[in-house]
Write a protein that binds this ligand. Structure first.
Ligand code: ZN
Length: 183
């Protein structure tokens, strides 16, 4: 460990507060903004693994799919899709149980892939083999471990997987709005 010693200059000057983040030693908005920015934007090495995967996000934003589906993909990969398990976490009076099958909590994985209702849609598609296994913990793990290593993200299968996931989600939202088959 390096120890830095500071000499104290002699004299009877009173102590004073100094802003140490710029040369003028007085507060300015630019240096204040930098503090605030770094408070909310941690250095990359301190971020969660999910944020460190720059290649994943770069590839995702380059995909030739509508922007709203990219945003949807970002949400499921970050675990931010408002499936019932997520909303229950914030609003305790909302049941987390899947309203379609009534069998399990509606996690994002259950909602998009594992609910029997969703499985039927995937099984009828040409990319049924790309559905994550029930042991897969998160959409991010699925994408990082199963899709990225195998697929060129410009390939039709990756694109189709995201579009199908989005269509499943849209169908669920539509049913909720119309209150069909959910009670
Ligand atoms: Zn279900």
């Amino acid at each position: 460990m390096v120890k830095k010693s500071l000499s104290i200059s002699p004299g009877n000057r009173e102590d004073e507060l100094r802003w140490v983040l710029n040369k003028s030693k007085t507060y300015d908005v630019a240096s204040g903004y930098r503090i605030a920015y770094h408070f909310y934007h941690s250095p990359l090495e301190l971020c969660y693994e999910i944020m460190q995967q720059k290649t994943i996000w770069t590839a995702l934003w380059k995909m030739k799919i509508p922007h709203n589906i990219k945003i949807f993909a970002w949400k499921i990969l970050h675990g931010k899709l408002p499936a019932l398990q997520q909303t229950h976490h914030r609003f305790q009076n909302n049941s987390p149980i899947c309203r379609r099958c009534q069998l399990q909590k509606e996690s994002i994985m259950h909602c998009i892939f594992q609910c029997p209702d969703s499985q039927q849609i995937w099984n009828r598609s040409s990319i049924a083999h790309m559905v994550p296994s029930p042991l897969c913990e998160s959409a991010f793990s699925w994408w990082k471990d199963s899709i990225m290593p195998l697929e060129n993200l410009s390939s039709n299968n990756s694109t189709l997987a995201l579009i199908l996931a989005w269509l499943v989600w849209k169908e669920i939202c539509k049913r909720i709005l119309n209150r069909k088959d959910l009670q």
